[in-house]
Design a protein around this ligand. Structure first.
Ligand SMILES: Cc1cc2nc3c(=O)[nH]c(=O)nc-3n(C[C@H](O)[C@H](O)[C@H](O)COP(=O)(O)OP(=O)(O)OC[C@H]3O[C@@H](n4cnc5c(N)ncnc54)[C@H](O)[C@@H]3O)c2cc1C
Length: 414
């Protein structure tokens, strides 16, 4: 059995980039696949992996217009938690969190899962009530969380100022087994496992059309030519509306850029993840020592993948009262990703109006944590036609008024 060190991850990346350059120049494979997955982000790769591992479906191609994990999967701030309010959400996010616990062993690839604990600060009376309610819901769902006092917050995060003049820390929702993982390692780990099962990962191959025979999908048009398939899984995050349009239906999704930034690396000073949703900012420290700081979404729909000055100012201004030490840090870099937002801030894992075409999207600002659970559910849906984890997340719930309202848990949080 091959063993991979943390350093080997970079080498692995290089290996897949070599494949991408090959695929770029070659025409599409002339074979028919049992399933095509569009999008080699974490959710698409996890879907392919569990199709093979759990259901024995290995004649699979994963088509990616850019490079492995180059979308939101490689751009997020890596927070993993499952402290959601509604039962269907807690079920899928906790399934995902528990799969993260053993992912490195499962994939034989170090994804650096670090269950260091995630805390969501309560900085208003409203938030205290909301998080206490979530803690009670989590107790019923079997998700280990608790509401902790400001003194306990200070013990866990010595650099925090709990007596801020505008928003003092009044307590926090604490999930001790939440944490972080190395985001691109998650993509590469799943990719290598899919490749080892004989699946084709074709990078620099953009899907430009969905081919149908009547109402049944029969393949896709790509920039490399046409490719046939029996089943199609679309897992393209911010471009979900574009792919749905190709297939002739509309999705209740809006795409918007979400931004983040990191500081210069400093010595270890904070070993938990802290989220401050009232002021909207959150922070953790990476293994390299950078303070990883998440900011807000643009206030208008767009397909850009860039940072902007006003978000740096807004985010740092929001956090500096609670973390005065960040006023002394230099920013190293800033970026953005295109997130796919639904009205109830819950995902869509669903059949579609086109037969044998399935869609997984709507993870918005918080889908990194869900990757293994989402892939597990999407694979089951594609293989068997239904999945208990996905039952409630259909695209038709918006028309039926069956929202899974997580706008407090996920509207601006991650
Ligand atoms: C700044 C930021 C911070 C975030 N922080 C967190 C966090 O802390 N915790 C958390 O849980 N979540 C977070 N998220 C959200 C999380 O990153 C996403 O929900 C998740 O990565 C979505 O994964 P995905 O596989 O669905 O999408 P992506 O990783 O975006 O993958 C979709 C892929 O589809 C490809 N594609 C698109 N169109 C086509 C086409 N026509 N043909 C072929 N390929 C196509 C794209 O190139 C892309 O690679 C954050 C997001 C951002 C942007």
């Amino acid at each position: 059995m091959r063993r991979y060190s943390a350093f080997a991850i970079a080498r692995e990346g290089a290996r897949y980039h070599t494949g991408w350059e090959r695929a770029w120049k070659s025409p599409a494979p002339k074979k028919r696949y049992d399933a095509i997955i569009v999008g080699a982000g974490g959710h698409g790769l996890a879907t392919a992996y569990y199709l093979g591992k759990n259901h024995g479906i290995k004649n699979v191609a994963i088509l990616e217009k850019g490079w492995l994990g180059g979308g939101n999967t490689g751009r997020n701030t890596t927070i993993i938690r499952s402290n959601y309010l509604q039962d269907p959400s807690a079920a899928i996010y906790e399934k995902a969190r528990s799969l993260y616990e053993t992912m490195s062993q499962d994939l034989n690839y170090n994804v650096m899962f670090s269950p260091r604990g995630v805390m969501m600060l309560a900085q208003t009376e409203h938030e205290i009530r909301g998080y206490e309610r979530t803690a009670h819901a989590n107790a019923l769902q079997g998700v280990a969380t608790e509401f902790i006092s400001p003194q306990r917050v200070k013990e866990l995060v010595p650099i925090i100022n709990i007596h801020g003049p505008r928003y003092p820390v009044l307590g926090a929702l604490w999930q001790p087994r939440g944490g972080t993982a190395r985001h691109d390692a998650v993509a590469w780990g799943y990719a290598r496992a899919c490749s080892d099962m004989g699946m084709d990962i074709i990078q620099q191959c953009e899907v430009t059309g969905v081919r149908r025979d009547g109402n049944k999908v029969i393949g896709v048009d790509t920039t490399n030519g046409t490719i046939d398939c029996d089943k199609l899984g679309v897992v393209v995050a911010g471009h979900s509306g574009v792919l749905a349009d190709m297939a002739g239906f509309r999705l209740p999704i809006e795409s918007v850029a979400l931004q983040a930034l990191v500081s210069e690396p400093i010595k270890p000073c904070m070993d938990v993840v802290v989220m401050a949703n009232t002021v909207h900012g959150y922070m953790s420290q990476s293994d390299k020592g950078e303070m990883v700081i998440g900011g807000g979404a643009d206030g208008y729909n767009n397909y850009t993948q860039r940072g902007s000055f006003h978000h740096i100012e807004e985010t740092v201004r929001a956090l500096v009262e609670t973390f005065p030490m960040i006023s002394r840090l230099k920013m190293l870099r800033q970026w953005g990703g295109i997130v796919d937002m639904t009205g109830d801030r819950s995902p869509i894992i669903s059949r579609t109006p086109v037969e044998n075409m399935f869609i997984n999207c709507g993870w918005g600002t918080g889908g990194f944590k869900a990757i293994p659970g989402s892939g597990w559910a999407m694979a089951e849906l594609m293989a068997k036609g239904a999945s208990p984890l996905a039952d409630e997340f259909t695209m038709w719930r918006f028309g039926e008024g069956k929202f899974i309202d997580e706008s407090v848990a996920a509207g601006v949080a991650h």
